[in-house]
Design a protein around this ligand. Structure first.
Ligand SMILES: [Zn+2]
Length: 458
């Protein structure tokens, strides 16, 4: 069903617009909704030595030009072709090794022959809309690129960014943000020969295999729509859960945008998280980020903004005090570990974690102090000599002997516990809330206008 609908739209675009006199500018703009985009499939260390393309209807060679496709030689009789890199030339042969093209050129593109933008081409058995471009590397390998229309790219992205079973208006909001992101980030990987990669670095893209009817409907119903502020496309950042407040972009990164303002998120489902990190782990993370704190001695929150997000974390070390600001807190300690900037922390303390240690005789806890003394029932104080007392901090137990202080020092396990709400950087649309709003009957443009300030959707 959805395929028929897309065909209808394409036919309308192709056949109706040229008939309207004086509308060339409009038709150019409408056609821009079909603008092609280059998605890297195999590149860098994953570049290939050779590859196989297949299409039930045969192939159509052509050229990628101005975000469109110019037809060249048809190859309708072949269902399978083999691609190799011969000294910098991309060579096409059939299954029997017969040469079909000695060099398709760096702008060459192989489409399925039935492509009225509805054909499917298989790269090593994986189906894609649009065509495949191949760029020779000087080391003899090949960069593989999927060249397809923006709308078809969004078909293959949306389910990975927000699952297809979610309510339609939330999917539509996500389609508009994904499209805005892609259009604004064209050429992000231009040094490698394509626009966007198919991973979380850009947006996760799974090709035709990632499409679902609900996804296609959401994309079609927002066809070509993007978010604008002051007439310019916006950076439509999004993330999973706000923790109750979204963030001013300048409170997260060192940029400022009038449309990325903090809003109280009344629709946020509660998303609590907690994690305990040892001082050693924190020290290792800081060192990996280029700091030299020495032995970590304490961790403290220095500053919050009005939403409760932590703006500065102070980590005192034996050699250096490190101040992690804003998103550097998450990027340094791990964005999946410190899930959001809205958190409280409990530091086990600088003196051998004394406040968290429990001194026990095996059955009942005793209160620790600097040195452990036993007070008898009639008030006689005696310094502890027994070997049968143990200290326990919830993770490990150490025996308290004559050299109690040394034992605690050697066996200490200093930790910082973080407990917070939300997941993600907090800038722009919270996906969990978009889903909740859609369930409550809000439309996709109302959802977008809630999270992005002073915007226009068109
Ligand atoms: Zn990328």
């Amino acid at each position: 069903m959805y395929k028929l609908k897309t065909i209808t739209i394409i036919m309308l675009t192709f056949f109706l617009l040229p008939l309207i006199p004086g509308m060339s500018e409009f038709s150019a703009e409408a056609a821009s909704n079909d603008n092609y985009i280059k998605i890297g499939l195999k590149y860098g260390n994953n570049s290939v030595q050779s590859c196989t393309l297949s299409s039930e209807e045969g192939f159509q060679l052509g050229t990628a030009k101005n975000r469109g496709f110019e037809e060249g030689m048809p190859l309708p009789a072949y269902e399978k072709i083999i691609i190799t890199n011969d000294k910098g030339a991309i060579v096409i042969k059939d299954e029997d090794g017969v040469l079909l093209s000695a060099d398709i050129g760096s702008k060459g593109c192989i489409m399925p022959a039935n492509d009225e933008n509805e054909g499917i081409i298989y790269y090593e058995g994986t189906p894609y809309r649009g065509g495949i471009m191949l760029i020779p590397n000087s080391n003899g390998s090949i960069i593989v690129i999927n060249y397809l229309m923006m709308e078809h790219y969004i078909y293959g992205v949306l389910n990975s960014e927000m699952g297809y079973t979610n309510p339609k208006e939330a999917l539509k909001a996500q389609a508009v943000t994904a499209r805005s992101y892609a259009e604004l980030n064209l050429g992000k990987h231009s040094e490698a020969g394509f626009d966007l990669c198919p991973t979380t670095c850009c947006q996760v893209y799974r090709g035709y295999s990632g499409e679902y009817p609900s996804i296609i409907k959401a994309v079609d119903e927002t066809r070509g729509e993007m978010i604008y502020h002051d007439g310019e496309p916006i950076s439509a950042f999004y993330y999973k859960n706000s923790g109750g407040y979204t963030q001013n972009v300048e409170d997260v990164w060192s940029i400022s945008r009038a449309y990325l303002r903090a809003v109280e998120d009344k629709y946020s489902p509660t998303y609590p998280w907690s994690v305990t990190l040892s001082y050693d782990t924190i020290q290792a993370n800081l060192e990996a980020a280029g700091f030299n704190p020495g032995t970590v001695e304490s961790v403290a929150i220095n500053n919050r903004n009005m939403t409760g997000a932590v703006m500065e974390l102070k980590i005192t070390g034996s050699d250096e005090t490190v101040y992690l600001k804003k998103d550097k807190i998450r990027s340094t300690l791990g964005p999946t570990v410190i899930k959001s900037l809205i958190f409280e922390l409990t530091d086990s303390g600088p003196d051998g974690a004394a406040s968290n240690w429990t001194i026990s005789n095996g059955s009942s806890a005793l209160k620790p102090d600097s040195g452990v003394f036993i007070i008898s029932g009639n008030g006689v104080v005696k310094k502890m000599e027994s070997n049968e007392l143990h200290a326990y901090n919830g993770i490990e137990s150490i025996r308290l002997g004559k050299d109690t202080a040394t034992d605690i020092e050697a066996g200490r396990s200093q930790t910082v516990s973080f407990a917070g709400y939300g997941y993600g950087h907090g800038v722009g649309m919270a996906q969990d809330s978009a889903i909740e709003m859609a369930k409550q009957g809000f439309t996709y443009d109302e959802i977008l206008e809630y999270f992005y300030t002073d915007i226009e959707i068109k």
